[in-house]
Design a binder for this molecule. Structure first.
Ligand code: DMJ
Length: 463
């Protein structure tokens, strides 16, 4: 960890100790289990760091200044035809956490001098919030660089028109220059995974509007839960009516659950705690299924709770970590064991897996982080070496099957291991960060309360 980050974190911790933040304490309400003190596994941490640098250096060499690197063709790609620096913004705090000071300084200079949001492009609101807004805010909190906060505030202001709908639920796309918003087919994850970022922006800028809009979207999502407490997979922004009543913890719903818990932790917002407690109780009641002694979470109808499917996959694999982080370590551990069994079936995890049949149903692997994120939460809650061992197996597989000359390539199929010309920015933001945290020891994120957003950007309470 660099000196600047250490000083900043120490100051934050002092603020918290002095009682400046309204954070939950053990006596007043539930919090995460205490982090077990763990020494670093220095050799593994160094391996992860070196592997991260291989990907970052590939981006530098072939895609510098663009959104992402295409790791097979060694070409750059921009999401919207012009660059919003997705990879540097997403990766900057990983470099800060890893103590890669020179690389972090280079990335920060690029962002400070080149990043502009005054662009006539229709962006995906949710992705820009979790990756760019989250990345700018966490890096600001770690470096104190005022340009990063100014960029975050400018971005937040340009994104706000997304919330101007009859329901307060955000439209899917918004134009960064004109503010024109559109796209009514949304879901709980996209509507409910915004408050950590907008809330932190609110606290840092003193502008309540950011917190209010994002919280309303979260509450409007929750209000649409069924009588048995479940949410569906899709709803319409204008009418607020469900268009798919499939309920599960996978794509389109996943991080809605995550933010209910984490927004309580970061902001001490009791509405979030209440919504979390009711929602996770319903999920734990209706979604789990036992097959051959293993625990899985599948699909049910949100109104009746009737079973409609038996699929689990790479995205669902965040839930073991969330369960552990919210105190349900035993259930989290069982579900992580199942996730790992899914990983081991082909030496790397598929996007979807029919756990009753033991078959891959969607074979791609886009280099997702969730399963290692869960291993880290379980390790920090228990200190059990089993989770580091599991992580080592997954890391070895990850490198073996996805490394290319220039970086890491998604897999078209975990069965054939055929590669795709794609390396999402979350690989450097999340996947390598979670591997690093698993081995770096309990001090890696500094002292005080730190809550990671769904893109693994560490956010701290604002005193
Ligand atoms: C990331 O962008 C975030 O973790 C999001 O919540 C889900 N998808 C990817 C990683 O798989």
């Amino acid at each position: 960890m660099n000196r600047r980050l250490r000083t900043f974190l120490a100051a934050t911790a002092i603020g918290l100790l002095a009682g400046c933040a309204s954070q939950p304490t053990a006596t007043e309400a539930p919090g995460p289990p205490p982090t077990v003190r763990a020494a670093p596994d220095a050799a593994m941490a160094e391996r992860v760091k070196a592997a991260f640098l291989h990907g970052w250096n590939g981006y530098r060499q072939y895609a510098w200044g663009h959104d992402v690197l295409l790791p097979l063709s060694k070409q750059p790609r921009d999401w919207y035809g012009e660059s919003l620096l997705m990879t540097p913004v997403d990766a900057l705090d990983t470099m800060l956490v890893m103590g890669l000071d020179k690389e972090a300084d280079d990335a920060r200079r690029l962002i400070d001098t080149q990043l502009s949001f005054d662009r006539d492009v229709d962006v995906k609101h949710f992705e820009i919030v979790i990756r760019l807004l989250g990345g700018l805010l966490s890096s600001y909190q770690m470096t104190g660089d005022p340009k990063l906060l100014a960029l975050a505030d400018d971005l937040g202001a340009r994104l706000l028109p997304a919330f101007d709908s009859p329901t307060g639920l955000p439209y899917v796309y918004v134009n960064l220059r004109t503010g024109k918003a559109h796209g009514t087919d949304t879901n709980p994850a996209e509507a409910g995974t915004l408050l950590l970022e907008y809330g932190t922006l609110s606290r840092l800028t003193g502008k309540p509007v950011y917190y209010e809009k994002a919280k309303r979207a979260l509450v409007e999502t929750y209000k649409r839960r069924s009588k048995i407490g479940l949410v569906g997979e899709r709803f319409d922004v204008d009418t607020g009516k469900w268009t798919s009543t499939s309920s599960h913890i996978g794509a389109r719903i996943d991080s809605y659950y995550e933010y209910l818990w984490k927004c309580w932790l970061l902001f001490g917002d009791r509405d979030c705690l209440r919504m979390w407690q009711e929602s996770i109780a319903a999920a734990n009641r209706y979604l789990p299924e036992e097959v051959d002694g293993k625990l899985w979470y599948g699909q049910v109808d949100m109104d009746t709770g009737a079973r409609t499917g038996h699929e689990y996959g790479a995205l669902d694999a965040f839930m073991p970590g969330l369960l552990a982080y919210s105190g349900d370590v035993a259930r989290g551990a069982r579900l992580e064991d199942s996730s790992f069994a899914m990983w081991q079936a082909h030496g790397i995890e598929p996007e979807a897996w029919d756990y009753r049949k033991g078959e891959v149903t969607a074979a791609a692997y886009p280099l997702r982080p969730e399963i290692v994120e869960s291993a880290w939460y379980l390790y920090r809650a228990t200190g059990d070496a089993k989770w580091r061992d599991m992580g080592r197996t997954m890391f070895d597989d990850f490198v073996r099957y996805t490394r290319t000359d220039a970086g890491y390539a998604a897999l078209k199929s975990v069965v054939t291991k055929e590669k795709a010309d794609d390396m999402e920015s979350f690989v450097l933001a999340e996947t390598f960060k979670y591997y690093y945290l698993l081995y770096a020891g309990s001090g890696a994120l500094g002292r005080g309360i730190v809550v990671l957003n769904t893109e693994a950007h560490p956010l701290r309470p604002v005193p």
